[in-house]
Write a protein that binds this ligand. Structure first.
Ligand SMILES: Cc1cc2nc3c(=O)[nH]c(=O)nc-3n(C[C@H](O)[C@H](O)[C@H](O)COP(=O)(O)O)c2cc1C
Length: 482
């Protein structure tokens, strides 16, 4: 189908009936609360939710949640057909797409819709936008949640785009929280180690493919602009940011340009995180670098895109599971693991803490290789915890079957490996506040034991051939229940 920018994408979403418009909500807790209720309790597809006429704001100043919370919208974002029979079918299609992805570099244009309105110097005012205060225990209003943060490597010159949360301190400063090991954090550390300021761009309401690329673990040095262009099948349009000189997304809804200074820290948070907790330091504030905003450009009637981390399933946990499953599958293949049949990064673990890989066992040690690599390749390494390897007859996205495989094919004494001192994060809820450096990994080999897999006990079930015969004879209506 294709789309030009967020607005065009949104029009298409409205046409296929997945856009919910809500007028009159309060930015202070009501938007966040409504979003939680809709995401957790909607019986059908979770819609994208567009808030307008937010309390205290003129009509047109909008906030958008849930952009990627359905298969159809995710498919539209990454340029795939919109209909799938199952979640694993979509993961397979996405995996195929990224395995064969040809990146497309951005095109430089002179100007774009984002220049329609400008605030500079004393006019800068982040409160101009209906920035939500998400949850009761949060420490502030978050301008940047479903956005991209652009930084430049001071030596190599490459630009990194990452989604790193930005809290509003006042009308012209933002807090910037980037976890250790993230590419933007490595950029920042290099500037600050040298005592140099770091220029930064925060763009919200970008092309959905760009947000997806920025919030995804793409390897070090790979430009997210090119990756997003590859997903869309056409280049992202960028223009020079007047303050930073960075290539900024020309069709974004709002672009903030600013600078962080070494040694300057201000209390940030707390903010609910992807695993479902305030895990950084509980409800304590934590000193983080500050972005001094020099310039804001925005489209007329701008749309602030938002994401709401909370107890899963949350506003973006679904899309993270699918995207990470496809990425991890790709990285495992590239690391040399053959015959992978499926990967599922479970939503309950925020797509990081509980991963299942299904393989057709080909040789002794194949299952351990798959499990250990899944816990260590780039897209699986950050705050992983459990990796379960299952045989090819298990659909990894079927939790019941995963648990059945663990319960019936593994034996703890031979099936479990523990890796120690792995890449963790301040967001790891299983670690106490003062011990956030490392965590461990548990690899569970829930495959039939390799040595006697061909003699493993037969599964007691109706064969698929006989099932098909029965359905033909008795009709599908027997499945409708009584
Ligand atoms: C909605 C959302 C919010 C996120 N917030 C943060 C954050 O505040 N800090 C952080 O380090 N990573 C955050 N992440 C994860 C990073 O965006 C992700 O790991 C990404 O790969 C980082 O880019 P990088 O690999 O170029 O460092 C967030 C992801 C999403 C989807």
């Amino acid at each position: 189908m294709g789309y030009e920018d967020l607005r065009d994408w949104l029009d298409q979403v409205a046409r296929f009936g997945e856009l919910l418009r809500l007028n009159g909500a309060d930015w202070n807790l009501e938007i966040g609360g409504l979003c939680d209720i809709i995401v957790r309790e909607t019986k059908k597809n979770v819609p994208a939710i567009l808030f307008d006429e937010v309390r205290g704001y003129p009509k047109g100043m909008r906030a958008l949640f849930g952009t990627q919370s359905s298969l159809k919208r995710l498919a539209l974002t990454v340029g795939l057909p919109l209909e799938y029979d199952s979640m694993m079918d979509f993961v397979k299609a996405f995996h195929h797409k990224i395995r064969t992805l040809e990146t497309v570099p951005p095109v430089m244009v002179n100007t774009g819709p984002v220049t329609q309105n400008v605030m500079e110097g004393d006019q800068v005012d982040l409160y101009k936008f209906p920035v939500p205060f998400h949850h009761e225990l949060d420490g502030g209003r978050y301008f940047g949640t479903a956005h991209v943060v652009l930084t430049q490597h001071p030596d190599d010159g490459w630009y990194n785009l990452g989604t790193y949360r930005c809290m509003v301190h006042d009308k012209s400063t933002l807090g910037l929280h980037i976890s250790a090991g993230k590419h933007g954090r490595i950029h920042r550390d290099i500037y600050f180690e040298r005592g140099q300021p770091m220029k930064v761009v925060v763009a919200t309401g970008t092309d959905p493919a760009l947000y997806l690329a920025a919030s995804t673990e793409i390897p070090w040095g790979v430009p997210e602009y090119d990756y997003a262009g590859g997903l869309k099948g056409e280049p992202i349009r960028v223009m020079r940011g007047p303050y930073t000189g960075f290539p900024i997304p020309a069709s974004a809804e709002i672009v903030v340009e600013g600078e962080c200074y070494p040694g300057e820290l201000k209390d940030e948070g707390p903010f609910g995180e992807w695993a479902g907790y305030y895990a950084n330091r509980g409800l304590e504030k934590v000193p983080e670098p500050v972005i001094h905003v020099k310039r804001i450009m925005y489209r007329t009637d701008p749309i602030l895109t938002c994401a709401q981390p909370s107890r899963p399933p949350h506003e973006y946990s679904f899309s993270r599971s699918i995207v990470r499953s496809g990425l991890l599958w790709d990285e495992l293949e590239k690391a040399g693991v053959p015959d992978i049949k499926g990967v599922w990064c479970h939503e309950a673990g925020g797509s990081r803490l509980f991963t299942i890989v299904s393989i057709k066992q080909r040789y002794p040690g194949h299952a351990r290789q798959a499990g250990i690599l899944a816990s260590q390749v780039h897209s699986g390494a950050y705050v992983g915890r459990y990796v379960v390897v299952v045989d090819e007859d298990i659909d990894p996205s079927n939790t019941y079957d995963d648990l059945w495989a663990i319960a019936t094919r593994s034996d703890p004494e031979r099936s479990i490996e523990i890796l120690r001192r792995c890449w963790s994060s301040s967001a790891d809820p299983a670690l106490p506040v003062d011990q956030k450096l490392f965590n461990s990994r548990c690899i569970i080999d829930a495959c039939r034991p390799y040595e006697w897999k061909d003699k493993f006990y037969p599964v007691a079930e109706t064969s698929s051939e006989f099932r098909a015969k029965l359905l033909k004879k008795w009709g599908d209506e027997i499945l409708e229940g009584v």
